[in-house]
Design a protein around this ligand. Structure first.
Ligand code: ATP
Length: 501
């Protein structure tokens, strides 16, 4: 896995371990030593991811009459990325360590000037982490031990890269070596992956893997408007891969180089109260996260004070990841910046005729933008539980049933009794027409329950001799409470139907 703070984080380590052990997520290209910033989703992970996307699509597109879906191409005309500003400005400040050849994002590199007896004697660098103050103190201690400075090591003041000038960078120790003198001053590094399209290999062939799905929506806005199905306010939603050559991919799938986004551009009248619609979206997204299983107390909000020049407002919904509170879902009010840019660069009109207001205008836009992988990590974090049942420790993934990879497992009590297996199989066949159902005959029943607990399967159905010889009832076992009750087959179908839709 990516080398990161995760290794000093027991919860993160446990989540990464269960992901690998149970086949949720693997490091990409693992047999060749891995490939930093890329991940593969195994049998359980692919189901989890699909359920996340399906739940979002159902609630954002199918259940809302004002939002239409779209699937645009990953590689589009490079002119789109010039118009959107990505070719000119989609970059992060990067510093290189000349000794270790490691690269860092300068805006994630925090350092503390160490002041001894009122004089600055050097710096300690601190990679950003949830616990800044503790880090600063630990770093100061380290400095004291190494340099043997006398006197007060105070005050330790944390600074961001923008405050340091070039000569100061030479004094900042590299996080790789712990010594000053090897870091370069920050340079802007464009995050878009370049590729070449067509047979020519000159600069005219250069194209980009999209760094966001949003521009595919803006580029198709006119097509959707011209099909005549939409009236202001309306949205266009898209789910798809995005690629960013992140300088420091880290924290497992939180920041990777290939990821998926679920984005909506919601077009509104420039005359209305965009700020109210923005607030409505923030609430709507917050409530939706709770509906798929994130606990409200793990969610927060970060209202941006520093805004990009085109943005009117931006609020992130944050989540308490194992490595600290971080952005999960960005909800930005972008004004008419993007459509105006595309109108100018393409020469095509981007106005819409508003029948209610009886006039034409370029609409403004609210953009809720959510990373599938980041939400998946949040759901894994919220679901991960260790508890004890009957004196035995277990790991249980308490996924919301809507998100759980398997909805139910069907388990004949004994595998060498054809009458049990046959009856169980007929129940499995019926259920698997509607849901993703796991079939397991291997091992003691307690062990099989534990396996499903770790996979996050909300219910197990066990078929035993009472099922075939007595009353036809099956045992329904609940993942979270481990309670078991006997119910008839008809009651089972009804129960699952009501619980899963
Ligand atoms: P950051 O400042 O952390 O790099 P950003 O603010 O540029 O991120 P946006 O461009 O707003 O991120 O992207 C929208 C959403 O896409 C984010 O809220 C996040 O859920 C997801 N996302 C962005 N970058 C990544 C990444 N490298 N890996 C995984 N998900 C990402």
């Amino acid at each position: 896995m990516a080398k990161s703070k995760a290794s000093a984080n027991p919860l993160m380590d446990a989540i990464v371990a269960v992901c690998k052990r149970r086949g949720f997520i693997f490091q990409s290209s693992e047999i060749y030593g891995g490939y930093n910033g890329f991940f593969d989703f195994g049998p359980l992970g692919v189901e989890l991811k699909k359920n996340i996307k399906d739940a979002w699509w159902k609630d954002m597109v199918h259940r809302r009459e004002d939002i239409e879906g779209l699937d645009s191409s990953i590689i589009m005309s490079p002119k789109i990325w010039v118009a959107s500003g990505h070719v000119g400005g989609f970059s992060d400040p990067m510093v290189d360590c000349k000794v270790s050849k490691m690269r860092y994002r300068a805006d994630q590199l925090f350092y503390a000037p160490v002041i001894v007896d009122g004089e600055k004697v050097g710096y300690v660098s601190i990679l950003e982490d949830g616990n800044m103050q503790a880090d600063a103190e630990a770093a100061a201690e380290k400095m004291k031990r190494k340099g043997g400075h006398q006197g007060e090591l105070a005050p330790i003041e944390l600074k961001e890269y923008t405050e340091a000038d070039e000569s100061e960078w030479a004094l900042i120790p590299s996080p790789a070596t712990g010594e000053p003198g090897s870091l370069t001053a920050p340079r802007e590094f464009n995050l878009m992956f370049e590729t070449k399209v067509g047979a020519l290999s000159d600069s005219s062939a250069v194209a980009y893997l999209r760094p966001e799905t949003a521009q595919g929506i803006f580029a198709n806005y006119k097509n959707v408007v011209d099909t005549g199905r939409v009236k202001i306010p309306f949205g266009i939603a898209q789910i798809g891969k995005a690629f960013r050559n992140e300088i420091t991919p880290k924290n497992f799938i939180f920041r990777s180089r290939e990821f998926e986004q679920m984005e909506i551009e919601y077009f509104v009248s420039p005359d209305g109260d965009w700020s109210e619609i923005h607030q409505d979206w923030i609430k709507y997204c917050h409530d939706w996260l709770i509906s798929v299983g994130l606990p409200e107390e793990m969610l927060g909000r970060d209202v941006h004070e520093k805004l990009a020049h085109y943005a009117k407002a931006c609020t992130d919904i944050t989540f308490q990841f194992p490595f600290g509170e971080q952005e999960l879902w960005g909800i930005a009010a972008r004004g008419d910046f993007d459509l105006t840019q595309h109108a100018e660069h393409s020469g095509k009109p981007m106005e819409i005729f508003d029948e209610t207001a009886k006039k034409k205008y370029i609409p403004h836009v609210i953009e809720p933008s959510l990373g599938v992988d980041r939400l998946l990590l949040a759901l894994l974090t919220a679901a991960y539980t260790e508890d004890e049942v009957g004196g035995e420790k277990r790991t249980v993934m308490k996924f919301h049933p809507r998100i759980a990879p398997y909805k139910v497992a069907v388990l004949p009590l004994l595998k060498n009794k054809p009458e049990l297996v046959g009856r169980a199989r007929s129940i499995f066949e019926k259920l698997s027409r509607r849901y993703n159902v796991f079939w397991d005959t291997a091992g003691a029943i307690g062990k099989r329950y534990r396996r499903q607990d770790e996979a996050g399967t909300p219910w197990c159905v066990t078929i035993d001799f009472d099922t075939i010889e007595k009353d036809g009832t099956v045992t329904l076992r609940d993942r979270d409470t481990t309670e078991q009750k006997r119910i008839s087959e008809e009651e089972l179908y009804k129960f699952l139907d009501e619980s899963l839709f």
